[in-house]
Design a protein around this ligand. Structure first.
Ligand code: HEC
Length: 153
């Protein structure tokens, strides 16, 4: 009786794992295919040493809005980390949302950060990987500052 239960549980886990592996494989294949057209696949470290430090606490509003240095860094950080899905120059090819459409507003800043930090997964499939731990808060806001310069309604 006890063993049966355990087996059932294992079956379910194996299935979930298989599905997850399949989703990952598709994601990797997609990523690899796009890499040729849209830049690097592995997340790239971003040098933010020339920007004012933001500390440990997560900001709710973009501290680098209109900061020329942040915009310069954000442009390159975007191309290295986001362009392969969201398109070069943030011109979406339809794979992922067009980030030029993001509003410049406190609610959007909060939403933006939440998305980058956590990524987007549904039913075990990763639509967008989480960037927390790979990109610093400084790099995330720099990307937002750059996106604001290419904004389109
Ligand atoms: C592997 C592909 C991939 C990468 C890399 C990626 N994204 Fe995404 N992103 C997506 C997808 C797909 C969605 C839509 C998810 C959904 O279905 O809700 C998304 C959604 C978003 C959203 C929400 C947009 C909206 O209109 O709701 C933001 C903001 C975002 N991404 C920012 C970024 C930034 C900034 C980077 C780089 C640091 C990045 N993403 C890297 C695939 C990616």
């Amino acid at each position: 009786m006890r063993n049966q239960k355990v087996d059932k549980h294992n079956d379910k886990e194996t299935l979930t794992r298989k599905l997850r592996a399949a989703a990952l494989a598709v994601g990797l294949a997609l990523g690899a295919g796009l890499a040729h057209a849209h830049g690097d696949v592995t997340p790239q470290a971003v040098d933010v040493s020339t920007l004012p430090k933001l500390g440990e606490d997560w900001r709710e509003v973009n501290p680098y809005r209109d900061n020329t240095e942040a915009i310069r860094i954000g442009d390159s950080a975007y191309n290295q980390n986001c362009a392969r899905c969201h398109g070069l120059g943030a011109v979406s090819g339809g794979i992922a949302p067009d980030l030029r459409k993001l509003d410049i507003a406190p609610e959007t800043d909060e939403y933006f950060l939440q998305r980058i930090r956590n990524g987007v997964s549904r039913n075990g499939a990763v639509y967008m990987p989480p960037f927390e731990g790979m990109l610093s808060q400084e790099a995330m806001w720099a990307i937002k500052a750059w996106l604001e310069t290419v904004r389109e309604k």
